[in-house]
Design a protein around this ligand. Structure first.
Ligand SMILES: Nc1ncnc2c1ncn2[C@@H]1O[C@H](COP(=O)(O)OP(=O)(O)O)[C@@H](O)[C@H]1O
Ligand SMILES: [Mg+2]
Length: 239
C-alpha cells in the first residue's frame, strides 16, 4: 500500500511503500519542464505515457540482462521500484551530436559518432547540472574508480540494447541520460526513468523529433509524439 510522499521532483513523486522498507512507489506527473525548470507546462496524460514507456523499457532491458530498480507497474501513473540512494551523476550517452554538445564544442548538429560518447554531469539543479570529469565525479560523490567504470559500461550496454530496440521502430536513438543508485547492500543499479523526457529520438527518414525537444523548442505536440512512441514500442515483441 502507498505510504507517505517522501519527495516531489520535476517529473515524478516518490512515495514509501507500506510494509516494504526498501521499496518505493514512483508516480509519474503530467508536468513537462525544460531549461532547469524555467519552462513549465502541464500535459494531461503525459504521466501515464511516460509510466508505461519507462516500464516497458526497463522490462525490455531486464530481459536483455540489464538489471534496474524496476519491479512492476502498479497503475496508470505508478510503478514499484527498489529504493536506491541516487548517485548524483547523470550519465549521458550520445550517438548523434545535438543540443549542448554542438554549442559547447562546435560539432555540427546531426553528426553521427562511430563510437558513442559518454559524458558525466553533476546532478545539482542549483548549479545547472554541469559537465564534469571522472576526478570531479570522485571528489563530489565519493564514487570509486571501478564503480565509475561500471556506470559507463552499463550505460554503453543500455545504449546497444536501446539502439537496437528503437531501430526496429524506425527511430534513431540520438542520446539519452541515465541515473544510477545504490541498493541497500550498496550494489549499483540503473534507476530513475527512461522515457522521451530523457532520450532524444529522431524518426528515421524524416528526422522528426519524437521527444521532449518538441516542448523545449515548441516544434510540435508533445502528447502526440509520446503517444506515437508508445504505439510503436508496444508492438515490439522482444523476447
Ligand atoms: N529507485 C529510486 N530510489 C530513490 N530515488 C529515486 C529512484 N529512482 C529515481 N529516484 C529519484 O526520484 C526523484 C524524482 O524524480 P524526478 O521528478 O525525475 O526528479 P528531478 O526533478 O530531480 O528530475 C529524483 O531525485 C530521482 O533521482
Ligand atoms: Mg528527473
Amino acid at each position: 500500500m502507498k505510504g507517505a510522499l517522501l519527495y516531489e521532483g520535476k517529473a515524478k513523486k516518490v512515495y514509501s511503500m507500506l510494509g516494504e522498507e526498501y521499496q518505493l512507489i514512483l508516480e509519474y506527473k503530467d508536468d513537462a519542464t525544460a531549461f532547469n525548470g524555467k519552462k513549465h507546462r502541464i500535459f494531461p496524460g503525459k504521466g501515464q505515457l511516460n509510466n508505461k514507456i519507462s516500464a516497458h523499457i526497463f522490462e525490455y532491458l531486464h530481459d536483455q540482462g540489464i538489471p534496474s530498480h524496476f519491479i512492476q507497474q502498479l497503475s496508470a501513473t505508478e510503478q514499484l521500484v527498489h529504493q536506491t540512494h541516487i548517485i548524483p551523476i547523470e550519465v549521458v550517452v550520445r550517438n548523434v551530436a545535438t543540443g549542448s554538445l554542438t554549442k559547447r564544442l562546435g560539432i555540427t548538429d546531426g553528426r553521427s559518432f562511430e563510437n558513442p560518447l559518454v559524458e558525466l554531469y553533476y546532478k545539482k539543479d542549483e548549479l545547472n547540472d554541469p559537465l564534469i570529469n571522472d576526478d570531479h565525479a570522485k571528489l563530489l560523490t565519493g564514487i570509486q574508480e571501478k564503480e565509475l567504470s561500471f556506470l559507463k559500461e552499463q550505460a554503453l550496454l543500455v545504449n546497444e540494447q536501446l539502439h537496437a530496440l528503437f531501430k526496429k521502430m524506425d527511430i534513431t536513438l540520438v542520446d539519452f541520460k541515465l541515473e544510477f543508485g545504490r541498493l541497500h547492500d550498496r550494489t549499483i543499479v540503473l534507476s530513475d526513468e527512461i522515457s522521451p523526457d530523457t532520450c532524444r529520438l529522431w524518426e528515421k527518414g524524416t528526422n522528426r523529433k519524437m521527444d521532449k525537444d518538441v516542448f523545449r523548442q515548441d516544434t510540435g505536440d508533445l502528447l502526440e509524439v509520446y503517444e506515437a512512441i508508445w504505439q510503436r514500442l508496444k508492438e515490439d515483441i522482444h523476447v
